[in-house]
Design a protein around this ligand. Structure first.
Ligand SMILES: Nc1nc2c(c(=O)[nH]1)N=C([C@H](O)[C@H](O)COP(=O)(O)OP(=O)(O)OP(=O)(O)O)CN2
Ligand SMILES: [Zn+2]
Length: 151
């Protein structure tokens, strides 16, 4: 019998964005208190001499990866699609000392969660797989990425 276990760590960060060309209020620069749940899957370490005995991955090690790749980059930044005229607004804000992040996609929840999945997968140890991500933009809206939807 295998013992594959999913473990999840939750994060939150405040990020501004604007959806260039969108036909609603989210074309305006505004922000969200994003909540991100990161779920990985693996087998708990079975060697009692290993300091991480019984763990799939130390929650602290998962936290370090997600903080470095996502939270520290996106928190209190404003994200713009670099393929739109918003790049000019971004330059102006940057020149005035604001924390601006240019990405090569429309910064919707869907596209951000795809970007996050790529970044987290690259940092995980070989024996740990990314199972899913849930990115909550508002109390009532979220996007999810699942590994088995993307094989
Ligand atoms: N499929 C998507 N639709 C929308 C996105 C998105 O990322 N993916 N983003 C936005 C806006 O950025 C913003 O999040 C507004 O979302 P919405 O849920 O419509 O927010 P409201 O506050 O109006 O929601 P209610 O809870 O219904 O009041 C827009 N769409
Ligand atoms: Zn928004």
């Amino acid at each position: 019998m295998s013992n594959h276990i999913r473990i999840t760590k939750q994060f939150s960060f405040e990020t501004g964005h604007a959806l260039y060309g969108y036909d609603g209020k989210c074309k305006n620069v505004h922000g969200h208190s994003y909540k991100l749940s990161v779920t990985v899957i693996g087998t708990p370490i079975s060697d009692p001499n290993n300091v991480k005995f019984g763990m799939v991955i130390d929650f602290g090690d998962l936290k370090k990866i997600v903080k470095e790749e996502i939270v520290d980059v996106f928190d209190h930044a404003t994200v713009f699609n670099q393929n739109t005229p918003h790049v000019e607004l971004a330059k102006e804000l940057k020149d005035r000392g604001h924390n601006v992040l240019l990405v090569d996609y429309q910064p919707t929840s869907e596209m951000m969660v795809i970007d996050f999945a790529k970044k987290i997968k690259k940092r995980l140890p070989n024996h740990i797989n990314l199972h899913s991500l849930k990115l909550q933009e508002t109390d009532t809206s979220y996007a999810e990425w699942f590994a088995y939807d993307n094989i």
